[in-house]
Design a protein around this ligand. Structure first.
Ligand code: ATP
Length: 377
């Protein structure tokens, strides 16, 4: 039956041509998205691209100006948040300080006049899921940030929603704890099998946790795909810049639209051709080979001489910054055991294969928000 635990559509979320305006500001612009039951889907993008507004419309805190939203197969337009089969976890956990952990988790069920024995059982289950049962009697002020976030999760899970909406839930945690919680959240999600819709501006977080990522730009979904696809086959320079690190080269297109002639090097791609006059070529740091310059002749494309500007050690990888000219440098990343041993100021050559050159019409990759700064270490 629709909406019951055995309904195969339970936990699916469909947005159909959803738009939302605040005055002059078009926050969400004709978004259509089909979120599958049980999947971990991230909404990723820079500040102001419409992630939170999208999430709040699914939750029922905001209402679209046009379009439809369906949860578990039924339209939820006009239904208040508590009558949707969803729950939300915010960055600010908003736990009640005077109540114990167990009371915080039980609160929503008490509001719904759930029988006491059932409350006890569900609270215990929810605290078990987040490994917080032994803290049931503590006050939130006596917990660490990560523990408080777990309680907030338990409180959202206790109603057994079909869909959990998470708005930058790890944003307040320090980096190490954040990375631990990413793993934990992902494990929890695959274990309980409910749909997670996760808002983040952190591309590494989205890549590490998601089944699929919707990359948003100015209220629209620019690309929807699994982490491999958005990383390896970005649909635009914007996505290429926002997800992972890139070296960008700009210039007129050459060779029938299959190469970009930048001022320092010709970048030939195995993809294309592109129908434009100006192009942007992108090469990932891990796809660049670096070696000492022995003065041998250079190939006509995808190879360039430069000067080593610096090396940084990142543990399992090392990063080299190579200057090609006043206006262009290139970042190279290699596994530490294979990394080049050279000193700052040494002459080096960098090269890459045409399969690793991605071409885009010359655009505003800079709109990705600070990710296209000149490369640094
Ligand atoms: P952030 O990561 O900073 O939260 P976001 O991607 O979640 O950003 P939204 O919060 O959805 O973006 O905002 C999208 C656009 O809508 C922004 O330009 C924002 O200023 C505007 N906006 C959001 N909420 C409101 C509101 N209540 N009133 C007016 N404008 C709003």
């Amino acid at each position: 039956a629709p909406g019951t635990a055995t309904d195969p559509a339970r936990g699916g979320v469909q947005l159909e041509h959803v738009s939302k305006r605040y005055g002059e500001q078009l926050a969400v612009d004709d978004v259509s998205l089909d979120i599958r039951p049980g999947e971990f889907l991230s909404l990723l993008g820079p500040s102001g691209c419409g992630k939170t507004t999208t999430l709040r419309m699914i939750a029922g805190f905001e209402h679209p100006d046009s379009g439809d939203i369906r949860i578990s197969g039924a339209s939820v337009l006009g239904r208040p948040p508590h009558r949707r089969d969803v729950n939300t976890v915010f960055q600010a956990y908003a736990l009640f300080p005077h109540m114990s952990v167990a009371e915080n988790v039980a609160y929503g069920l008490q509001q719904r006049r759930t029988p006491r024995s059932e409350i006890r059982e569900r609270v215990t289950d929810a605290l078990d899921m987040v490994q917080m049962r032994r803290f049931a009697d503590r006050k939130p002020t006596m917990l660490s940030g990560g523990q408080q976030q777990r309680v907030a999760l338990a409180r959202a899970l206790v109603n057994r929603p079909a869909v959990l909406l998470l708005d930058e839930p790890l944003g307040a945690l320090d980096r190490k704890l954040r990375e631990e919680m990413q793993l934990e959240l992902k494990l929890l999600q695959s274990h309980i099998g409910i749909t997670f819709v996760f808002v983040t501006h952190d591309q590494a977080e989205a890549l590490s946790m998601s089944d699929r990522i919707a990359i948003m730009r100015e209220g629209r979904v620019e690309q929807l795909g699994d982490p491999d696809a958005v990383y390896a086959r970005p649909a635009s320079a914007y996505v290429a810049a926002f997800v992972g690190q890139q070296n960008f080269f700009e210039g007129p297109l050459a060779e029938g639209g299959r190469a970009v002639a930048s001022s320092h090097v010709l970048l030939r791609s195995s993809g294309g051709p592109l129908a434009a006059s100006e192009g942007t070529a992108a090469v990932r740091p891990e796809h660049v080979r670096i070696e000492r310059d022995t003065g041998e002749p250079m190939p006509d494309a995808n190879a360039v001489r430069g000067t080593l500007l610096g090396v940084s050690h990142l543990g399992e990888t090392q990063q080299h910054l190579v200057r090609l000219g006043d206006d262009q440098s290139i970042v190279v990343r290699q596994p530490t055991p294979q990394a080049l041993h050279a000193s700052v100021g040494d002459a080096v050559r960098c090269s890459w294969s045409p399969e690793h050159v991605q071409l885009f019409p010359r655009t505003d990759a800079a709109a990705a928000g600070g990710h296209v700064d000149p490369p640094t270490l």
